[in-house]
Design a protein around this ligand. Structure first.
Ligand SMILES: Cc1cc2nc3c(=O)[nH]c(=O)nc-3n(C[C@H](O)[C@H](O)[C@H](O)COP(=O)(O)O)c2cc1C
Length: 480
């Protein structure tokens, strides 16, 4: 069953004992975010905070999607659904999109504030990390914009810092969908209308941070994932559809680049505070609408885990691209524990020499994936890509340090990579590596390829079955 709102998601987490509900007062200035950060780092539950200093009618939420269990529940699957099943649900959305349903009225517009009454400080934007350049209102939400030349409407998750009562600022990467649309408005000398949806349902969260594709409406993909249309309502001051069950909607306009104001730094998804404070795009807010007793979803980026760490859309798109290119891939893990999108672990059959490099070329050659991924680790199908002890073992034992690490220099990169020098960051100059942990195809299985000596690999099936069948009777556990 589709989870239609953040409130329904919180109810579901509570039902599965995956929520801590804090009734004590918490401070918007670092304390609330520190709680969410620690819950994520300890692989802990979601957190609801019911009393915020200075903001009596508001609440905070965080860390609902920082685990595979949370992701499964969000997508209407049983909590023990496998990453593959979760990936399939995302692909279902891409393959069978459903158009949104337009309502005449909606919960997100229960309260309306317009024009001179708009004051962003009436909303509890948290101070997320010590050292951030300001208070960030948009961490768990997305910006809605429309293409000038077509009906394409984009829902994309990009952060936003509060500058003053009426203005927010943030990064608009030129190669992001919003960036592509923004260039067209700049050329025409027009401000771009924008709505910002805060604290949305978790399916919209997952999809707005995924590379669904240029010209594709996230709202349709969300409907496809939910198996029914997502409900939207027309914004009050601009011609844009906004999610009906969001907690808060900000309506406004993106100002031209010459109005850019210093924004950042911010503790980033790579787990470091890397990007400098510098002039970034400004959004002017003209209208705020919100639900009664509203909730602000804080996605606390940093070291793993956090909301947004499990990039299922990115992972699905890697698998799709590899399969379309004829690679006999058996599993993919865009390892959240390695920093959201920094390392892809791919298991594949090895029908020919050089398949690991081919996989690297496909991933690094994709415009949406190329900047985010630093390492592609290729293993054989017997390695469980979700078991990091097995992956590290394959890297240590099966990868020849001299001939199996293929380093690709002068590649485009994400400037938020912590290891870049200032020069490389400024010009987005990166280096990528393919770590090939497969056995060379030209080695003889009889005389050169050493057999791996594991329980499942070297004992006859009947003996394995007998040992497993008697295991607990003999006093063993299956996990220690
Ligand atoms: C919490 C969160 C914040 C994000 N902030 C930004 C950001 O400020 N700028 C950016 O380019 N990408 C950001 N991303 C990644 C984008 O959401 C992702 O690249 C997405 O595909 C962008 O949408 P688009 O494909 O419609 O351009 C963020 C992701 C998450 C989970």
């Amino acid at each position: 069953m589709a989870v239609k709102s953040l409130r329904e998601f919180i109810g579901l987490l509570e039902k599965y004992d995956m929520l801590v509900d804090i009734k004590d007062e918490v401070d918007w200035d670092l304390e609330a975010s520190a709680i969410i950060r620690r819950a994520g780092e300890l692989r802990g539950p979601g957190v609801l905070m019911e009393k915020i200093r200075d903001y009596p009618s508001w609440r905070y939420f965080g860390n609902g999607l920082g685990s595979w269990k949370g992701m499964a529940l969000a997508l209407g699957l049983p909590p023990d659904a496998s990453p593959e099943e979760i990936e399939k649900r995302y692909l279902q959305g891409l393959e069978k999109p459903i158009k949104p349903k337009l309502l005449n009225e909606a919960p997100c517009q229960e309260n309306v504030i317009m024009g001179d009454d708009v004051n962003l400080f009436h909303l509890p934007a948290p101070m997320v990390h010590d050292g951030d350049g300001g208070r960030y209102l948009l961490t768990g939400g997305f910006r809605i914009t429309k293409d000038l030349d077509s009906e394409w409407v984009n829902w994309g998750m990009y952060r936003n810092m509060v500058h003053d009562e009426r203005h927010l600022g943030g990064l608009v990467m030129p190669n992001s969908d919003m960036g592509i649309m923004y260039q067209k408005y700049i050329k025409k000398g027009q401000n771009m209308p924008v709505a910002i949806a805060l604290s949305i349902d978790p399916v919209s969260f997952i999809t707005s941070m995924a590379p669904v594709g240029v010209g594709v409406d996230e709202a349709d993909v969300i409907g496809g994932m939910m198996g029914e249309p997502i409900e939207v309502v027309k914004a009050k001051t601009i011609d844009l559809p906004v999610p009906a069950h969001a907690e808060v909607i900000l309506e406004g306009e993106v100002l031209p680049p010459e109005f850019a104001v210093d924004e950042g730094p911010f503790g980033e998804f790579t787990g470091y505070r890397v990007a400098p404070r510098m002039p970034r795009t400004v959004i002017k807010i003209n209208c705020i609408t919100y639900r009664n007793n509203p909730i602000i979803w804080i996605a606390n980026m940093g070291t793993p885990m956090y909301d947004g760490c499990i990039s299922i859309g990115w992972q699905a798109s890697i698998r799709k691209r590899l399969l379309e290119a004829g690679i006999p891939v058996t599993a993919v893990n865009l390892a959240p524990e390695c920093g959201a999108t920094l390392m892809a672990i791919v298991a594949t059959e090895v029908p020919y020499h050089g398949i690991a490099n081919r996989i690297g070329d496909i991933i690094f050659g994709s415009p949406s994936l190329c900047t985010y991924i630093n390492y592609v680790v290729v293993v054989e199908p017997d390695v469980d890509v979700y078991d990091y002890s097995q992956v590290l073992y394959a890297m240590s034992a099966q990868c020849h340090p001299g001939r199996s690490i293929n380093i690709k220099k002068n590649e485009p990169t994400n400037p938020l990579n912590p290891y870049l020098s200032n020069y490389e960051r400024r010009w987005m100059i990166g280096t990528k590596a393919v770590i090939d942990c497969t056995t060379p195809v030209y080695w003889s299985k009889q005389t050169e390829a050493p057999p791996k000596v594991g329980f499942k690999l070297i004992y006859p099936k009947e003996i394995q079955e007998k040992v497993v069948a008697n295991w607990e009777k003999w006093g063993f556990k299956t996990r220690y």
